[in-house]
Design a protein around this ligand. Structure first.
Ligand SMILES: [Zn+2]
Length: 95
């Protein structure tokens, strides 16, 4: 799968018109067929996001393994439950 950066770069070089499709394929590191598809509008300008984006995205919202909710990790709810449990444990021991 191509990254969105590769796809956009191919499109940019095509629009620029200085390199041949073969040259663009070599420069960007994609197949000649991919360049043809982008040139013919047969391939949308979509791709997997760059690595930084993937990291950022995973930091946005995840399925919490603890409560199953879609949350920002670390899960505040589970931390609160764990904290309450710890406090309750201390209190029950104190009582
Ligand atoms: Zn949770």
């Amino acid at each position: 799968m191509l990254t969105i950066e590769q796809v956009v770069e191919v499109k940019r070089l095509l629009d620029e018109g200085r390199l041949s499709r073969r040259g663009i394929a070599r420069a960007v590191g994609v197949s000649r067929g991919t360049v043809d598809k982008i040139a013919n509008g047969k391939r949308g300008l979509v791709g997997i996001p760059p690595a930084e984006d993937l990291l950022e995205r995973s930091a946005i919202a995840q399925r919490c393994p603890g409560c199953g909710g879609r949350v920002f990790m670390p899960c505040v709810y589970c931390e609160a439950v764990a904290h309450r449990g710890a406090v309750a444990g201390v209190e029950s021991r104190a009582a």
